[in-house]
Structure formats: C-alpha cells, structure tokens
Write a protein that binds this ligand. Structure first.
Ligand code: C5J
Length: 220
C-alpha cells in the first residue's frame, strides 16, 4: 500500500487493484459542431485539459495499470435512447440528428469518437454507455469484478455530469474513487469547483480528489 497525497486525506492506493477511468473525452463534447456546442456551451474549456488527460493516461500505461475509456453514445436505431433524454432542453441538434460530424452521439459516427490524442490503445477497455453513469446498462461492473479492481482513478468530462454520476455509482458499489482535478473539466467553472467540493466533503463521502503530479509521482 502507498498513499497518494489527496483531499480530504491521503488516498490509500493499492496499485494491484487500481484502474484509470477516462470519461467521455469525445469529439462531440470537445469540438465545435458537436453535442456540447449544440447545447450552447463553450467547448474550448474541454480542449484545455487534453494534455493533462494524456499525461495521466501515459502514466498509467507506463505503470502497466489498466485503462478504461467510456463513450456516451447510442445505437443507430435509438432503441437505447429514452424519449426523456432525446427531448430534454432545446439543443440546435438532438441526439441522433445529422450534424457536421455525423449523427450526434451515435456509435460509429466521427463526432462520437474519442479525441485522437487520447484514443484507446490495444488492450484498453472501451465502455459504450447510453446514460450519464458508466455502470448503467453496461458491462463495467462485471469487467471490474473479473479484473479484481477495487480502486478507480477518474478523469474526463464533464465533472458534474458524467464524471460525478459515475463516481457516485462506483462509490455505492464499494469502489474507492479518486478524481484527478486537472484532468477533468466542465463547461461551467463553478460547477467543476462545486462537484469537487461535494465529492470530497464529509470525509470523502463520494471519494477523494488529487492533483495530477501527486497521482503521477505515486504510481509504481
Ligand atoms: C453530458 C457528459 N454532459 N459526458 N455528458 O451530457 O458529461
């Protein structure tokens, strides 16, 4: 066991049981013309964390620790897209509509892809998820159980939506969760700060948060 400097207190790392989970670093959330932009968001904020997400990925790869990527996406026939999700808000483009990067958030479309700089490499797991949380309607729980993973380090977007939802799902399932502060982002800086504060409040009620250098220097 080795401690990673974190808040609200050091994270008791067990590297043999740890995986990195990179949430939804997809073109649709990070590039103009995608789903995030269609909701009126400034997507440039997401692009700014790419170098740190890459550093974290490379650190886990170099340490030989498992890496899991998630993608928010739906089947082409939309059979896994509840009307309540498709109809929500007033976006310029709805999920499944044809946009400048293909059909929005549909599996296999160019906009749904993970950013090229962060693309999964051979042996890494990719979870396609129809919800905000990565456990809902996916095999993630089974995969983690098979691999004996009990600790999850999180990166990705957006902090208060898919990242926090997945951390809460994981926390309820008994995983110890650590969020890398520099490798996550929101379209709303206040929401990122609030999500980080909520996660680590009350003695790590959802999990821990840590700076990237402390995570990287703690890796074996
Ligand atoms: C959102 C996500 N924000 N990956 N998705 O719709 O956070």
């Amino acid at each position: 066991m080795a401690d990673i400097t974190a808040e609200p207190f050091d994270f008791p790392a067990r590297f043999g049981e740890m995986a990195l989970v990179v949430i939804d670093m997809q073109r649709d959330f990070a590039e103009p013309g995608g789903f995030g932009a269609s909701l009126g968001n400034d997507v440039s904020r997401i692009g700014r964390i790419v170098p740190d997400v890459k550093r974290l990925l490379e650190g886990f790869r170099a340490a030989g620790l498992p890496v899991i990527h998630t993608m928010e996406c739906h089947r082409p026939d939309l059979s896994d897209l509840p009307p309540a999700k498709r109809d929500r808000g007033n976006p310029a483009l709805r999920i499944g509509d044809e946009g400048p990067m293909g059909r929005v958030l549909i599996v296999g479309e160019p906009g749904t892809d993970i950013l090229a700089e962060l693309a999964p490499i051979d042996g890494e797991i990719v979870i396609e998820k129809p919800g905000k949380g990565a456990f809902y309607a996916t095999p993630l729980g089974e995969i983690l159980k098979q691999k004996g993973i009990t600790q999850l380090v999180f990166a990705g977007v957006t902090t208060e939506v898919c990242v926090q939802t997945t951390m809460r799902e994981a926390n309820d399932r008994g995983y110890e969760c650590l969020l890398c502060e520099e490798a996550t982002e929101s379209y709303f800086p206040d929401f990122k700060a609030a999500a980080i504060a909520m996660i680590r409040a009350q003695g790590a009620i959802v999990g821990w948060t840590a700076h990237i250098d402390n995570i990287l220097k703690g890796l074996p």
